[in-house]
Ligand binder design. Structure first.
Ligand code: R5P
Length: 314
């Protein structure tokens, strides 16, 4: 195998800002590529830099519009492969379609698996991603997957808030593992909202397992989409005597109407990451965005130099 002396980082249009920050941390320029639509809307892409023999990282979240961002990632990978790069790592800070990871009922697709197949078939050699909706999605790929967590960045910030009487709450049973990790690192207790899902866009919070009366709450989740899950959970918690409620969620999917819902739920602060880009002007004061660029840059550096990535996990 040829040596991979050269490391280059490119960005799809979903993740340009994040990729620029990553490159600044790696002290390398962002790779040059031209991406623009053909007159009929199909994606036209050309890599400008010489990439032959390089260890290439392409950063692209498959956030909304998920289909065109995914297609752009696939086309980028194909382009790099045909330009004779040595290795391609698809860096997907937010892996979309992740919630369709099993057949919850008959006659439905497992789109997360389909997406994994597409990325592999396009020519990716490795995947680097953050807070998959379900860790098992790693197994949908037959190529190495490095799965990072945003929790070190989030926990550092929460610690500095010095919130007294803190209890970490999982807004649904699926989020218990994540909440437990936060509780451990913040030396806080853990509670769970037992939620029953009644449709893709509607959820119903049922009851709380744990004692939250008089406590300050940190609710943690992998993503905020419609904000229904955490708003419902907040309502129940307030009715059971919760005091201040803070939220930490990695992926700011933030569909239409979600910001209003967050304000209505009167969260003290909603801490999100920049795995999905939002123009700060479109966000409210309630929201704080923390950057995962440092951890991504470090993971990319370690992958390039074949160093352990697992020590980045907590
Ligand atoms: C559910 O399983 C996820 O972890 C999130 O709780 C959910 O996807 C958030 O979606 P929404 O904000 O639309 O309730």
């Amino acid at each position: 195998m040829m040596p991979r002396d050269k490391m280059q980082v490119f960005a799809g249009r979903a993740s340009t800002e994040l990729a620029e920050k990553v490159c600044a941390k790696l002290s390398i320029p962002l790779g040059k590529a031209e991406i623009r639509p053909f007159p009929d809307g199909e994606i036209d892409l050309k890599v400008i830099d010489d990439v032959r023999g390089s260890d290439v990282f392409i950063i692209q979240s498959t956030s909304a519009p998920a289909d065109s961002h995914l297609m752009e990632l696939l086309i980028f990978i194909d382009c790099l492969k045909r330009a004779s790069v040595e290795r391609i790592t698809a860096v997907i800070p937010y892996f979309g379609y992740a919630r369709q990871d099993r057949k919850a009922e008959g006659r439905v697709p497992i789109t997360a698996k389909l997406v994994a197949n597409l990325i592999t078939t396009a020519g990716a050699d490795r995947v680097l991603t953050i807070d998959l909706h379900a860790a098992q999605i790693q197994g949908f790929f037959d190529i190495p997957v490095d799965h990072l967590f945003s929790s070190p960045v989030m926990i550092e910030y929460i610690k500095h808030l010095r919130i007294p009487k803190l209890i970490v709450v999982a807004p649904d049973v699926g989020g218990v593992k994540l909440a437990r990790a936060y509780a451990k690192h913040l030396a806080a207790d853990l509670a769970i909202v037992d939620k029953r899902r009644i449709g893709p866009r509607q959820t119903e919070a049922m009851q709380i397992i744990g004692d939250i009366k008089g406590k300050n709450i940190l609710m943690v989740d992998d993503m905020i989409s419609t904000a229904t899950t955490i708003s419902n959970a907040a309502e129940i918690m307030r009715s059971k005597g919760a005091k201040n409620i803070y939220v930490c969620a990695t992926h700011a999917v933030l569909t239409e109407g979600s910001l209003q819902k967050l304000q209505k739920a009167r969260f003290n602060e909603v801490v999100l990451s920049d795995t999905i880009y939002h123009n700060p002007k479109t966000l409210t004061d309630q929201i704080r965005i923390l950057s995962v660029s440092g951890m991504l840059a470090e993971a990319i550096r370690r992958i390039h130099y074949s160093e352990s990535v697992s020590s980045l996990f907590i």
